[in-house]
Design a protein around this ligand. Sequence first.
Ligand SMILES: C[S@@+](CC[C@H](N)C(=O)[O-])C[C@H]1O[C@@H](n2cnc3c(N)ncnc32)[C@H](O)[C@@H]1O
Length: 343
Amino acid sequence: MSDTQPTEPAEIATAVRQVLADSLGYLYPAALRVALRTDIADHLANGPKTADELATLTGVHAPFLHRILRFLATRGIFREDDTAAYHITPAAHVLRSDVPYSVRSTALLLTDEMYWKSTGRLEDTVRKGSTVFNDIFGAPLFDYLEGNEESAQTFHTGIADLSTIEQGGIADAYDFPETGTVIDVGGGPGGFLRTVLTKNPRLRGVLYEQQAVLEQHQLDDPAIEGRWETAEGDFFATAPTGGDLYVLKRVLHDWDDDHCVRILRAVRKAMTEQSRLLVIDAIVPPGNDPHPAKLYDIAMMAIFDGTERTEPEFEALLAAADLKPLRVVPTPGTVSVIEAVIA
Ligand SMILES: C[S@@+](CC[C@H](N)C(=O)[O-])C[C@H]1O[C@@H](n2cnc3c(N)ncnc32)[C@H](O)[C@@H]1O
């Protein structure tokens, strides 16, 4: 692609079409949310159905539903055949609620008003250099969740299900030690810790979280019985001692640099010279190519004052907390594992 302005009519038409389509890009998540909230993918699991049949099943307006599904089909989510019946596609399969790789709850979170209302004020965020989530919802995200059970459920289920999809790949990609204690700092309901302990039957684990999250932990599993405990606390202030391996998975991207350094210093304080820290997050690659990290980065900006980071940015954060990276281990998903030790 050249830096010069387009001159050929076809080149201009392509550029115009792209910009106008991008300008309406927000319609995709809006339409997707309709399909999610009406469970269309589940209704198609046992065979194709017309928009009329689906509308009867879901109680919505049939012609409007047809237009939503026709639109989503342009993205490969559902497919309409010559008889006007809609079929499930690979992208629609993962929207089903009853498949192990379901992204239904994660997609419901990413299309929730917590995200889209904040994104609607993205210009204000960019002008201010800080999220306007507080102005819209009356409190920063995690405080807001504490007072809003339904939103908290949406958030934690969406994140936990995303974690479920990626955690097997991470547990396989990183060579965990055979023995010792893993402390998952801000580990959510503990799905990743459970996977790591299941895969490594002599490892022990501690799930370090806020009380409300610990109350919904997923560690009651016979495969890891007697090898785990929970610890309640504030990761800005302190982390449990005694860990051979500390994990910060999808935590640092929620926070600006100052908050991250506070978290890292608290973990650094709990570590010994032998401990390792695994920072598990997406790493923004250099260059102009699309990458999920560049996409999630904007969502982080809108709702958390969070940010996805480049490798040098992670190195600088670690250095500020007297830690240094040893290596970066890629995983099959969007995140990488940065293994670090005390500097
Ligand atoms: C984006 S989630 C990541 C959860 C999990 N590590 C994963 O990868 O799915 C961030 C987690 O940080 C926890 N958290 C937020 N503030 C915290 C604090 N001050 N102390 C401990 N945990 C906190 C939240 O409860 C949430 O579960």
